[in-house]
Design a protein around this ligand. Structure first.
Ligand SMILES: [Zn+2]
Length: 76
């Protein structure tokens, strides 16, 4: 397992939320979020905002986003 550290995770959080990272970077950030309460909390906030924005646009929230929110909550 590679842990990329808080700096990289926070720098790439926005792209992570929009699924714009490469597969490797995506995995790095995912691994870090699993192991860092601080970053996973920040990710959850970003995820919630993204979700709300999509709902505001009358788009249905993708199942994977709901699953990610649930996983973030239950992994504490
Ligand atoms: Zn972190």
């Amino acid at each position: 397992m590679t842990d990329c550290g808080c700096d990289k995770a926070k720098a790439e959080l926005e792209e992570y939320l929009h699924r714009e990272l490469s597969a490797q970077d995506f995995q790095d950030v995912t691994d870090h979020l699993d192991n860092c309460d601080d970053c996973s909390a920040e990710h959850l906030v970003g995820l919630t905002l993204t979700l709300k924005m999509r709902t505001a646009c009358h788009e249905t929230a993708p199942q994977e986003l709901k699953a990610a929110v649930l996983a973030a909550i239950t992994s504490r």
